[in-house]
Design a protein around this ligand. Structure first.
Ligand code: FUC
Length: 346
């Protein structure tokens, strides 16, 4: 096991950013930076031993801090918070008091607002032992930030182990009741970016239901996936029966014991022989097939674009603050927010 850290440039307001490389002895390595707690590459062998990066990301900080990246906001690899996915019109009530979240996606609040956790420079400390290497990231989100109540202390621990398991552990506490729904926005492409993700296979044995939406806002109905395009309870190619030309942007309800780390999805691609298994303690997972993924031209090479990666965002359900029937996303003073997701890289 090995971990290295090195300078990775500065943000536009002069904050220093570092890049961390976590590697094990099985040719698996992960790079991440403390700007946005962003995972910038996941390198793994294919069935012939060829190591390639299997996520959407850049090897330069400027690409992430550019005006184009901010305008297109694909959130490549970033930590999302305080609230992942949408809060309708940014409005919600806590104990009868109405809060107005920053509006940054049509008329809605998305992924923490205008300056979410994806754009913060996090404090970073590394750790290593015989079987694990990792980075502890922490940040502070003041009362009122992006409209949220409460001073929030947040930490995310990223760990790679000798068995190719990458763990993302989120914690937070607050001094006023607030809402929280953290995730990571990595897009996978197991071909190493050579092909679109249509032939990737997805399997979600516990994804038996999904939250119905209109314009990506939940109606409150939870519908069975059976006999619909959303049925991935057995292995199916993502491109096989897209529900619309825009593909999938859907929250699946995971049928697993509450707060228990359980298998959510298996993503595989037969030509490369690569596979990622996602485990989580969270009650849902947003499968976003990347229809709005922008193209970027870096050093004369154009990359990414529509369907260039699939995001598997383990999370609570979108707009939960307005749906008391959904698992709660309230965090109260004295409580600890704690969620874990694992990617088994195989
Ligand atoms: C996913 C989607 C959203 C948005 C974002 C970039 O989280 O659910 O619709 O497009 O990614």
């Amino acid at each position: 096991m090995k971990i290295t850290r090195k300078p990775f440039g500065e943000t536009k307001d002069g904050k220093k950013v570092e890049l961390f490389t976590l590697s094990n002895n099985n040719q698996v390595s992960i790079t991440l930076m403390n700007y946005g707690g962003t995972v910038t590459s996941v390198n793994m062998p294919d069935k012939n031993g060829k190591v390639e990066n299997v996520i959407c990301g850049f090897d330069k900080l400027d690409a992430y801090t550019s005006d184009k990246f901010k305008a297109d906001c694909p959130y490549f690899g970033a930590i999302i918070g305080r609230y992942g996915n949408r809060i309708a019109k940014g409005l919600y009530k806590i104990d009868g008091k109405e809060y107005h979240g920053a509006i940054n996606n049509g008329e809605n609040h998305l992924h923490g607002g205008i300056k979410g956790f994806d754009k913060k420079v996090w404090k970073a400390e590394t750790f290593e032992n015989k079987d694990q290497v990792g980075v502890n990231l922490s940040c502070f989100s003041p009362d009122g930030e992006e409209g949220y109540p409460g001073n929030l202390n947040v930490s995310v621990r990223y760990t790679l182990d000798s068995k190719n398991c990458f763990t993302l552990h989120y914690e937070a506490d607050t001094d006023k009741t607030t809402v929280i729904n953290m995730t990571n926005h990595t897009y996978f492409n197991l071909t190493g970016g050579k092909k679109k993700i249509f032939d990737h296979e997805l399997e979600m044995p516990s994804g038996k239901k999904y939250t119905e939406t209109i314009d990506l806002i939940p109606t409150g109905k939870i519908l069975p996936v059976k006999d619909t395009a959303y049925d991935f309870t057995s292995k199916k190619k993502i491109g096989k029966d897209l529900p619309s030309p825009d593909g999938y942007d859907t929250n699946f309800v995971l049928d697993h014991p509450k707060d228990t780390l359980s298998l959510a999805t298996i993503l595989s691609e037969s030509e490369s022989g690569r596979c990622i298994k996602v485990y989580t303690t969270q009650p849902g997972i947003q499968i976003y097939s990347g229809y709005y993924n922008p193209e970027f031209t870096i050093d004369g090479v154009t990359k990414f674009g529509k369907y260039s990666g699939v995001a598997m965002e383990t999370q609570h359900f979108p707009d939960s603050p307005n749906h008391p029937e959904f698992p709660t996303t309230l965090l109260k003073p004295g409580e600890k927010y704690s969620q874990t997701t694992q990617w088994k890289i195989g």
